[in-house]
Write a protein that binds this ligand. Structure first.
Ligand SMILES: O=P(O)(O)OC[C@H]1O[C@H](OP(=O)(O)OP(=O)(O)O)[C@H](O)[C@@H]1O
Ligand SMILES: Nc1nc2[nH]cnc2c(=O)[nH]1
Ligand SMILES: [Mg+2]
Length: 162
């Protein structure tokens, strides 16, 4: 891992992500949202799944660039939204240090802000989340992974011995 503060991985499959988002929706289904704002890019897929469960058709984006893989750089807002978020659901995949969350909260102070995963530092900045993940853990999302061939153990052992 390239950054000192991450010491383990939490790997999430497409199936797990879908189940987690559906569980989060159980806590949102009785609320009435005018629209959903996704924090790009990580919030886009959870936002699409939530929109389907809650039957919301009005979707907007807040476009932010912050991390280059595990390295957090300066936060750049590429596109905002011109209202305060009243009766809107704001969605991101995760909150980690909370820097991104703080920026989007300032832009949409009245939105109901949810993430699927939350680490302790950023957790107080969201209204709701589903799964808590330790601060030293890097969450590996399915869109950043691929299925690859794994050598049988006997062959791995043989090549180590050669
Ligand atoms: O709480 P923080 O420390 O600010 O980190 C959380 C943010 O980091 C990731 O986005 P990233 O900047 O990697 O961009 P992406 O969504 O385009 O992948 C994630 O999707 C959150 O938006
Ligand atoms: N994929 C991913 N992006 C992040 N951005 C900030 N923290 C994380 C994390 O744990 N996983
Ligand atoms: Mg993001």
């Amino acid at each position: 891992m390239s950054v000192d503060r991450y010491h383990q991985y939490f790997v999430i499959s497409w199936d797990q992500l879908h189940r987690d988002v559906r569980s989060l929706c159980q806590q949102l289904v009785e609320r009435d949202f005018e629209g959903i704002a996704a924090v790009t890019r990580g919030g886009l897929i959870p936002a699409a799944l939530i929109a389907r469960e809650l039957n919301v058709r009005l979707i907007d984006t807040v476009c932010i660039k912050s991390y280059e893989h595990m390295d957090q750089g300066g936060l750049q807002v590429l596109k905002g939204i011109d209202h305060d978020g009243a009766r809107w659901l704001l969605v991101d995949d995760l909150v980690d240090t909370g820097r991104t969350a703080r920026a989007v909260r300032d832009m949409l102070p009245r939105a109901h802000f949810v993430t699927v995963y939350a680490k302790p530092e950023g957790r107080p900045l969201v209204d709701q989340y589903l799964v808590e993940v330790p601060q030293d853990t890097w969450i590996q999302f399915p869109w950043d992974m691929g299925i690859t061939y794994v050598e049988p153990l006997v062959d791995q052992l043989r090549s180590q011995q050669e």
